[in-house]
Design a protein around this ligand. Structure first.
Ligand code: ZN
Ligand code: ZN
Length: 176
């Protein structure tokens, strides 16, 4: 899986959005701030209350796509997410590499976020298969992930969860 393209790294933005903690009411603004490299320089990162709710809706849809267990569910959920996107792609080499951006550069931050996330996620699903998305198998973790391993063998959201589960399995075996 070629991973060095904007299209596939946009899926990571989608996954991070889906996994973002939402306990703090300011979570969406904090998320935008910590991912500001994704937005056109100068874009206002402020959100109205309605904006935060729409960010949550996008996050929920990404999660729904990642946890879907059938292609029919993936299609319905992906299309619900794509319906929120306003793609207006353009080519750029702002970082030295020629690549595509999905949202118009002067779009409000939420439109840039939702469009980038929806297009990035769909691209991975249609090019690499929806089975590339999954939910962490570690006990007590329900974060989602995108599997970029060569043989599609990923089961955990992070190395932390993978090693935690290995240790737990080892202890369980020793006990038995
Ligand atoms: Zn770029
Ligand atoms: Zn996990």
């Amino acid at each position: 899986m070629n991973y060095d393209t904007y299209g596939s790294s946009a899926v990571e933005l989608a996954i991070e959005l889906a996994n973002a903690e939402r306990d703090d009411p300011e979570w969406a603004v904090a998320f935008l701030g910590s991912h500001d490299e994704w937005f056109t320089p100068g874009t206002s990162l402020e959100l109205t209350k309605d904006g935060a709710e729409r960010a949550a809706e996008t996050a929920d849809l990404v999660r729904a796509v990642a946890v879907a267990g059938s292609q029919a569910d993936v299609l319905t959920r992906l299309n619900a997410l794509l319906a929120l996107a306003r793609p207006r792609p353009y080519a750029t080499d702002h970082d030295g590499e020629l690549h595509l951006h999905y949202a118009r550069p002067d779009a409000p931050v939420l439109e840039q976020l939702t469009t980038t996330v929806a297009m990035g996620l769909s691209q991975v699903v249609v090019q690499h298969g929806w089975q590339r998305l999954g939910v962490c198998s570690a006990e007590g973790c329900d974060d989602v992930y995108v599997d970029t391993s060569r043989n599609a063998s990923r089961r955990y959201c992070s190395n932390t969860c993978a090693s935690r589960s290995t240790v737990a399995a080892y202890r369980a075996r020793r006990k038995a």
